[in-house]
Write a new protein. Structure first.
Length: 323
């Protein structure tokens, strides 16, 4: 079996990017170990602090963020990093070629129940003539990402990654300590009978989204003429992995719960990397009006609506609103 770094060499990936990815991989292996240990390692429970998102930080959130920060800042190719758990940009080597944004532990509400969680990351080339600690480094459209991926900490530890040449999955061999290629050039079916959405927010959606979801729920007796199953992991990384594995549509639409914060998911380190992975596997990824990878970021922790997955079903959803 081919390992991750052999695959990257075969794809003629820059040695500097390979070294950066090695830092991400080493951090993820350490996070995976802490996750497996759980209560035995004393990593469960919450801190008394909130992150910039106003969310209570879990102990493992803080640990995962620190592991990634330490290893990435030790990499000479990292000019700057941005994290869900950091208020501002963290400067690295002023001569580094790359910047990286990440969610150190997506789905952290699942930690204490032994549910699905994962690390999401997004890598760009650094912008010249802009300071390493300047937010402007990260105001790049998702289409300019040079690499994106996630590590899923489940029954096995999986890395799903793209460098813009297809989406591939690698499974961690815990004996060798290496990620081995287990699924190459993944393709998402264009059609599906599965959807993932948090139905408890239904009363806050706009009428178009309610109508679309109601038609799915009506199944064979409704206008879609077929039955759909609903899935919801409360972790984007788990729901997106299922879609990459067998198709489906994932939706986190805008809502009116908080007029100052109409969307939930963060553009830089959740929506953009997942959109690149989905598109490289033949799927589609939009907010409610445009392709996610074409959104121009305005701020570091910007939030966007997300509709992604099987191409024909995403089109069907967008047709309800005329997008």
């Amino acid at each position: 079996m081919i390992n991750l770094f052999q695959h990257l060499r075969d794809e003629s990936v820059d040695a500097s990017l390979v070294q950066l990815l090695e830092s991400v991989i080493n951090a993820s292996k350490e996070i995976a170990f802490r996750v497996r240990q759980g209560a035995l390692a004393g990593v469960l429970g919450s801190t008394q602090d909130e992150n910039i998102q106003g969310e209570t930080q879990k102990n493992l959130d803080v640990i995962s963020n620190q592991l990634l920060k330490d290893l990435l800042l030790a990499c000479p190719h990292v000019r700057a990093l941005a994290s869900e758990e950091e208020d501002t940009v963290v400067a690295g080597n002023p001569q580094g070629e790359f910047i990286i944004a990440f969610d150190p532990l997506d789905g952290s509400s699942n930690i204490d129940i032994n549910g699905q969680i994962g690390t999401i990351f997004s890598i760009y080339r650094a912008r010249e003539n802009i300071a390493a600690n300047d937010e402007a480094q990260f105001r790049q459209q998702g289409s300019t990402q040079v690499c994106a991926g996630y590590v899923l900490y489940g029954p096995s530890t999986l890395l799903v990654i793209t460098i813009g040449k297809g989406t591939h999955a690698f499974t961690l061999d815990t004996i060798q300590g290496t990620f081995l290629l287990t699924a190459k050039d993944i393709r998402i079916p264009a059609d599906t009978k599965e959807f993932a959405i948090n139905m408890s927010n239904q009363r806050f959606w706009n009428e178009t989204m309610r109508r679309y979801i109601n038609d799915l729920v009506l199944g064979e007796s409704g206008p879609r003429g077929k039955n759909f199953n609903m899935r919801w992991n409360a972790a984007m990384v788990g729901d997106v992995h299922r879609i990459i594995s067998r198709g489906g549509i994932f939706l986190y639409p805008s809502d009116n719960r908080n007029p100052k914060q109409p969307a939930k998911l963060r553009l830089l380190y959740e929506a953009n990397p997942m959109a690149l992975l989905i598109e490289n596997a033949g799927g589609k990824a939009w907010n409610e009006t445009q392709r996610i990878l074409e959104i121009q970021p305005r701020e570091l922790h910007e939030r966007v609506a997300v509709i992604l997955g099987s191409a024909n079903e995403v089109d069907m959803c967008l047709n309800y609103s005329g997008s």
